[in-house]
Design a protein around this ligand. Sequence first.
Ligand code: MN
Ligand code: MN
Length: 296
Amino acid sequence: MILRIDRLQIEMDMPEQPDPAAAAIVQELLGGRFGEMSTFMNYTFQSWNFRGREKVRPYYELIANIGTEEYGHVELVASTVNGMLTGSSSGGDPTDTPLAGVMPPPNPHHFIVQGQTAAAANSLGQPWQGDYVFNSGDLVLDLLHNFFLECGARTHKIRVYEMTDHPIARQMLGYLFVRGGVHALAYAKALEELTGATVSKLLNIPNIPNSAFPETKKWEDQGSHRTLYRFSETDFHNLGAVWKGVHPDDGEEVGVEQGPPDGGQPADFPESPEHFVPGYDPGEMAEIAKKMMDSK
Ligand code: MN
Ligand code: MN
């Protein structure tokens, strides 16, 4: 089972300026081949399909817990896209042209179908696909794939960083550079334990350290790059069998932390009547919702 907590994995500012063109770029990190939906679904399916798990339990637990963290990364990128789109239309009378020019090519489709919200799609509006999930069942091959997936995801994140300096995109990227670094290193350590090959020597891919990006400093100062989270109150007590030893960047001991990160309050993005969101008369809907909550 999976428990849901109504918090974002980081405290995120409400942006002052929209940037729909950059939001379209960030979509790649949500629904692209190397986006958060892919890491989430790859590790989640691998954990569900894991056979003989009692014999190699630490590896099963590693994949399952990283998969759960990735679910929160999907949420974080979706929140970033929502924030970057908020305010991009002028509002007002639907019989004027409040949505004129809000979504530049190549993806006006996004705005027509989704309004000012995140899509389960890449930067071209192409939907996320189930065949992005790789699950051979061979543990070494799946771990090798996951290591590759994290390195590919890092490459795409760096390129998105190079395309936009929008403040919340960079807040999100700074955190995900650090967390992706943990995942790549965790899969490397798992492969090292299993095969003896020193996979961590391949890092960083691409060959630039996280410390080159100023937005990672806050997280590295807190030791987030050395921390793996146990996403359960009661289970998964073997994570430390894989996530152990020192971190290659600073030589300090890595460790497992009980429970998810503290995170921050998710934004309550404003209603947008020009998209009829959340309804024709938001005031009236709020009144109905209040009555429902009062009567429970
Ligand atoms: Mn991720
Ligand atoms: Mn990851």
